[in-house]
Design a protein around this ligand. Structure first.
Ligand SMILES: CC(C)(COP(=O)(O)OP(=O)(O)OC[C@H]1O[C@@H](n2cnc3c(N)ncnc32)[C@H](O)[C@@H]1OP(=O)(O)O)[C@@H](O)C(=O)NCCC(=O)NCCS
Length: 216
């Protein structure tokens, strides 16, 4: 069975309202449709790589190809897990968690997006809390980093609610304009203090070698 060769397909994170897991092929298609329908106000780019500036069919294809790319080039030393987020059985967005040499760095990074219909209902906070639980409670992470462009107030609010602290500023050229990204960092102590959202994880044991978390 596929899960014997690639156990990540059996990994499932559950929160009160959400399920996070790898999508089936058809669910990946639905995730691509969702992205093509719009992830944010087109006038305001929230991403460092402006992948949503393309025509809808190219946005959709890029979601599919990026998903396969990160599964295909996965190594325990450098991995990035793009989890589809489901609410009431419907795919509503994507939550990413990744790391380099996790057993040594003990640091994970995250990124996320939701279909526009689903913004502003606390879902972004709940899905980030799910992967933070994976990182801190199960994979031995000591810190989680994130970042958001200065104008991305929703993303900053999510990070603030979860206990992240400012971690400096980095400048980028986005759409040809100098843009400030505020870096953010969450320590294990702050996570332990703030983590109030219950998270259940299934199918993790056989994935641990793939996360290189066994030494962590
Ligand atoms: C970022 C994102 C995932 C957050 O998800 P979400 O479900 O909307 O987030 P939540 O509802 O959990 O929390 C959003 C918070 O931002 C606040 N917020 C939203 N817009 C705001 C604004 N213009 N000014 C101030 N606060 C704002 C909300 O009030 C909420 O805080 P509260 O719960 O204290 O009221 C989602 O907005 C999204 O997909 N955005 C487009 C893609 C993106 O920006 N990805 C992240 C790139 S760094």
């Amino acid at each position: 069975m596929l899960v014997d060769h690639f156990p990540l397909v059996g990994l499932r994170l559950t929160t009160p309202r959400l399920e996070l897991r790898l999508p089936s092929l058809e669910e990946l298609g639905a995730l691509a449709d969702l992205a093509a329908d719009g992830v944010h106000d087109p006038d305001v780019m929230p991403f460092l790589v402006p992948w949503t500036d393309r025509p809808p069919d190219e946005i959709a294809r890029s979601v599919v190809q990026h998903h396969w790319l990160r599964l295909g080039n996965w190594t325990p030393q450098d991995w990035s897990l793009n989890l589809a987020v489901f609410h009431a059985g419907v795919v509503i967005g994507q939550q990413t968690i990744g790391a380099h040499d996790l057993a040594i760095t003990r640091e994970v990074r995250t990124g996320s997006w939701l279909g526009r219909l689903y913004h502003g209902r606390g879902i972004g906070t709940e899905m980030r809390a799910a992967v933070l639980h994976l990182a801190f409670a199960e994979l031995g992470a000591e810190e989680a980093v994130s970042g958001a462009l200065e104008h991305n107030l929703a993303s900053h609010a999510v990070s603030r609610k979860l206990g992240y602290e400012p971690d400096g500023i980095q400048h980028h050229a986005i759409r040809g304009v100098r843009t400030s990204e505020r870096r953010l960092r969450l320590t294990r102590a702050a996570w332990e203090h703030r983590c109030a959202i219950p998270v259940t994880i299934d199918g993790l044991a056989s994935c641990l070698p793939l996360f290189a978390a066994d030494a962590a």
